[in-house]
Design a protein around this ligand. Structure first.
Ligand code: GLC
Length: 642
């Protein structure tokens, strides 16, 4: 394709920049525009005015570049020079709601010393833009991508916070809720007012014919809220595609105007100082009759096109995929084949998350081991975000194929895990809550904080010191795995002080129907203060977690680029893997049972090796004899120098 005329138009558009600034943009254009254009042809090439569309898309990128602040331009250069900055072992993430954690955007800035005390370098603030009055799906119904929710602050506050965080070594991560807008977003209001151009921003249907046809193959995401995926709108007298809630209208990416407009919104966030953009509900952005409308090839094409355009206009920013789908599909958002590493640079790792909980429930690690042996590898420039829970529910998204290979029946196993984590299974230590039970297929997910799911809530209620100790060890075990497995560990803030489920959401009519609020409690700063009290419950969780973070940062072998070898051991209670980066190798061994375990060093290929040191306890371990692991023990074994 001849991009010359577009390039000339861009030069004219950038006339007020210095020649050096213009050259930087043009160099990036020359490098990435052919990709972007080729991708956009695939999606929009049939449009009559495609050439004009393409030009307006690149002009949007140029306009955003013109407005980019100097410090962000400097950051662009730094990240371009070190494009794998997200793979560093120094990376550690935290996530929180602005209001629940610190009241306001400004208040978050005041918590920087706390983030630093923990060692965070990545802060994901949950959606903080304007939302409709009433329910807003925790901010995931965005009424304007350009206005901070007035209860939380202003755009100026957000820009100031991004700068403040960056100056303190912390990258700001925000959501891009781009599958849908709120039903009171300006575009939706114009659609309601009869503007045909804006009606084409969404999927509207006059009767049930098409919705019925689509629903024949769709999955129900929030069946409690509405069965199926469509909502009738009285004003429009039409059915609207609403995958999630009735007030979240799916955007129509088959319309190039939507792509261009959303690029503009995305680049506005980049210019506010966002370094990692979490692409929310990424799997759902393309619809095609006869499919489940998830993970379609066009969704990948669109993200790749967005990515190429961000490389041109704001390359400091990378994409994080939020695809809570089959593990094969999760990986596909890193980009495949020649696109590997050029779609989303980082991604949640939901499989590790669910299989850590699965292993805690069953006390068996064979599913975790099997999956991680087969599925941990990703394109070398990409990074997993390893977490043990998020603001969302836990859905048992292991691959049925993996389960089958181990003679585990996926359906019944999920039923078992749901019973276990809601406390219905005899011997369960967990105090989780059901989320979105679907009577049609018995599907259900789980809500709960880390501490409550790991047994702390029940143990405290029972006043059982040993159970309290075991719960703490479970928390530290699975957190420790996320710290060492390779990738960015991500802590839901509040978990580091062992916050329990919070029932107060039940008295709020806007939240009562959504049990996920049980694990989104306000940060309990009085409790957090107890981290300074030696021997307190909070200190017993916080201090070891903080120490693991500090240790991790010093181990190149824990960076995302390090080699990973997961061991298939005979002992099914143990999860063990070796990380290696150049000279540095660390063996991680975790026990998922309350029974003491003994392991033969031969199984780990360690027989006859010299002394190792456990980085966590600081003690020397002699591998010439049997290794004993205490209940839920975790070892990070490094070869002793000399
Ligand atoms: C993502 C969010 C979830 C939200 C949904 C719809 O999955 O994590 O909280 O409900 O998208 O935006």
């Amino acid at each position: 394709m001849n991009l010359r005329p577009i390039r000339d138009a861009l030069i004219a558009r950038l006339a007020d920049l210095t020649p050096a600034e213009r050259d930087i943009f043009l160099a990036r254009f020359d490098r990435y525009a052919p990709d972007a254009a080729a991708l956009l042809v695939q999606i929009y090439g049939d449009a009559d005015d495609f050439a004009a569309c393409l030009q307006s898309i690149f002009l949007t990128a140029a306009d955003s570049y013109r407005e980019r602040a100097d410090d962000l331009m400097a950051l662009d250069a730094r990240h371009e020079a070190n494009p794998r900055w997200h793979q560093d072992a120094g990376m550690v993430g935290g996530v929180c709601y602005v209001d629940q954690f610190a009241g306001t955007v400004h208040g978050i800035g005041e918590k920087i010393p706390y983030f630093q005390e923990l060692g965070l370098t990545y802060l994901h603030l949950m959606p903080l833009f304007r939302t409709p009055d009433g329910p807003s799906d925790g901010g995931y119904a965005v009424s304007s991508y350009r206005e901070v929710n007035p209860n939380l602050g202003s755009m100026d506050d957000l820009r100031a916070l991004a700068t403040n965080l960056r100056e303190n070594g912390i990258s700001l991560v925000l959501d891009f809720v781009f599958n849908h807008t709120a039903s009171d977003h300006d575009w939706a209001l114009q659609a309601k007012a009869g503007d045909i151009a804006y009606q084409d921003y969404y999927y509207l249907f006059d009767d049930r014919t098409m919705p019925d046809a689509y629903e024949a193959t769709l999955r129900e995401i929030f069946p409690d809220e509405h069965p199926g995926a469509f909502t009738f709108d009285e004003d429009l007298n039409q059915w609207i595609w609403t995958t999630f809630h009735a007030y979240q209208w799916d955007l129509n990416y088959a319309n190039p105007a939507v792509f261009r407009h959303m690029l503009e919104e995305m680049l506005t966030l980049a210019n506010a100082g966002v370094e990692v953009l979490r692409l929310d509900a990424v799997a759902f952005i393309w619809k095609q009759l006869g499919t489940n409308c998830e993970n379609l090839p066009q969704a990948h094409t669109i993200i790749r096109a967005f990515n190429a355009l961000v490389r041109i206009a704001a390359p400091a920013m990378i994409f994080k995929s939020e695809a809570i789908v089959h593990p094969d599909q999760v990986v596909s958002y890193f980009g495949e084949g020649e696109w590997a590493g050029r779609e989303c640079e980082i991604s949640y790792h939901p499989l590790l998350m669910v299989e850590l909980w699965e292993a805690l429930a069953t006390r068996h690690t064979h599913l975790l081991t099997y999956s991680m042996r087969h599925r941990f590898a990703i394109p070398e420039s990409c990074t997993w975000v390893n977490y043990i829970r998020s603001h969302d529910d836990i859905g048992w998204g292991f691959a049925d194929e993996d389960a089958q290979a181990l003679q585990i029946h996926g359906f019944y196993h999920r039923q078992y895990l749901n019973r276990f984590y809601t406390g219905d299974e005899p011997g369960s230590f967990a105090a989780g809550m059901p989320f979105q039970f679907n009577p049609k297929n018995q599907d259900m997910r789980i809500s709960g904080t880390t501490a409550s799911l790991a047994g702390l809530e029940k143990a405290l209620a029972a006043g059982d010191d040993w159970q309290i100790e075991l719960a703490i060890r479970r928390i530290l075990l699975i957190t420790g795995i996320t710290m060492s497995m390779g990738g960015i560990p991500l802590i839901y803030l509040g978990d580091e002080i062992g916050q329990l489920n919070d029932a107060s959401y039940l008295s709020n009519p806007e939240k009562a129907h959504d049990s996920r609020w049980t694990h989104r409690p306000p940060m309990d700063w009085d409790r957090a203060f107890e981290r300074h009290t030696e021997g307190s419950l909070v200190q017993r969780i916080f201090t070891p977690m903080k120490q693991m973070i500090a240790l991790r940062k010093r181990q190149p072998a824990f960076g995302a680029a390090a080699e990973t070898q997961v061991f298939a051991l005979e002992n099914r209670h143990i999860f063990a893997f070796r990380k290696r980066s150049g000279e540095h190798a660390i063996l991680v061994i975790g026990s998922f049972t309350e029974e003491e375990q003994r392991i033969e060093p031969e199984g780990l290929g360690l027989a006859g090796q010299p002394l190792h040191r456990d980085l966590i306890s600081g003690t020397a371990i002699d591998l010439s004899s049997v290794l004993t692991l205490p209940p839920y023990g975790l070892l990070w074994l490094a070869m002793e120098a000399g």
